[in-house]
Ligand binder design. Structure first.
Ligand code: OAD
Length: 251
C-alpha cells in the first residue's frame, strides 16, 4: 500500500492519465448492482432471460420494462464525491493541455452527469437507447417510457444501449481504450473487481506499455499483484483527498 501523497505526486507529474472505473465508484451513490436489480417482481428471472439479444427478440416488452426500471433507479441517484473528484481532475489536466481519459465499465451515466467529458463507456449505457432500425441513439427519453418498447421517430423499436451477454463491446470503445492504455503514463483502476475482461486486463496493457499503475479499491482483487501501487479505502473519500493534493502540487 502506498501513501496518498506519493500517488498525488505521481499524478501531478503525468502528461497523460487513463482511469478505469467499476461498480465500486458508484456504490456510494446507492446504485443497485446488476444482480441487486433482480429483486422484487424481477427476482424470478435469470439474467440470461433479460440481458441478451435473444431475450429482447423474444419479449421486447419484458426486457425494456426491466431496463426502464433500472434507468429510473439510476436517474434517481446522484453522482458522489468520487465522480465529482474525477471530473475535477480531468478539468485540471485539460486546462494544462494534458490528456485525461476515463474508461468506465459502469452503465449508470454518473460520470457524465458529474461533468466528466472524455468518457468511454466500455459496457455501454442505460441512459442512451438505440433504434433497432436505424442505429440512431437517443438520450433524453421520457421517464417512464410511454410504450414498451419505446419507438423511435423512425418507427423502430428502441433497445437499451448496454452491452448484453453474447455481444461484443463497441469497437470504437475498444479502440479508444487501447489507444489510451498504450500511450498513458499513469493508469488508475478504481472500484473494479478485476475479474471481468477486457477491463481486468487493462492494467497489464498499460503496464507493458510503460505506465505506472495504481489500484484504488476497498479490498485486494485478483489483479492487485500486477499494480505498482495500491490505495485502500472508499473512492468517495479517497478521490476528493487525492485530487486536492494533486491540485496543490499543480499551482
Ligand atoms: P464488481 O461489483 O464486480 O466489483 C466492485 C469492486 O469495487 C470490488 O472490487 C469492491 O471491492 C470495490 N468497491 C466496492 N465499494 C467500493 C467503494 N466505495 N470504493 C472503492 N471500491 C469499492 O464491479 P465491476 O468490477 O465494475 O458488467 O464489474 C464489472 C462488470 O461486471 C460490470 O460493469 C457489469 C458486471 O457484470 C456489465 O454490466 C456488462
Amino acid at each position: 500500500m502506498t501513501d496518498i501523497a506519493d500517488i498525488a505526486e505521481l499524478i501531478a507529474g503525468a502528461d497523460h492519465i487513463a482511469v478505469n472505473t467499476g461498480a465500486g465508484v458508484s456504490a456510494e451513490s446507492g446504485i443497485p448492482t446488476f444482480r441487486d436489480a433482480l429483486e422484487g417482481l424481477w427476482a424470478k428471472y435469470d439474467p440470461q432471460e433479460l440481458a441478451t439479444p435473444e431475450a429482447y427478440a423474444r419479449d421486447p416488452e419484458l426486457v425494456t420494462r426491466w431496463y426502464d426500471e433500472r434507468r429510473q433507479k439510476v436517474l434517481a441517484c446522484a453522482p458522489n464525491p468520487g465522480h465529482h473528484a474525477l471530473a475535477q481532475l480531468e478539468a485540471l489536466f485539460t486546462e494544462r493541455k494534458r490528456r485525461f481519459v476515463l474508461l468506465t465499465q459502469n452503465v449508470d451515466g454518473l460520470h457524465v452527469r458529474a461533468g466528466s467529458r472524455n468518457v468511454v463507456e466500455v459496457h455501454g449505457s442505460l441512459i442512451t437507447w438505440r433504434c433497432t432500425k436505424t442505429g440512431a441513439t437517443y438520450h433524453d427519453l421520457p421517464v417512464p417510457f410511454d410504450t414498451y418498447p419505446p419507438i423511435s421517430d423512425a418507427g423502430g423499436p428502441l433497445r437499451p444501449g448496454v452491452v448484453w451477454f453474447g455481444e461484443s463491446l463497441p469497437a470504437d470503445a475498444l479502440e479508444a481504450s487501447f489507444e489510451a492504455l498504450s500511450t498513458c503514463d499513469v493508469y488508475l483502476a478504481i472500484g473494479t473487481s478485476g475479474v471481468v475482461f477486457p477491463a481486468a486486463g487493462f492494467v497489464e496493457q498499460a503496464r507493458s506499455a510503460g505506465a505506472t499503475t495504481v489500484e484504488i479499491n476497498l479490498d485486494d482483487t485478483p489483479m492487485t499483484r500486477v499494480f505498482h501501487h495500491t490505495l485502500r479505502g472508499k473512492s468517495g473519500e479517497l478521490l476528493p483527498a487525492l485530487v486536492e493534493q494533486v491540485r496543490a502540487r499543480l499551482v
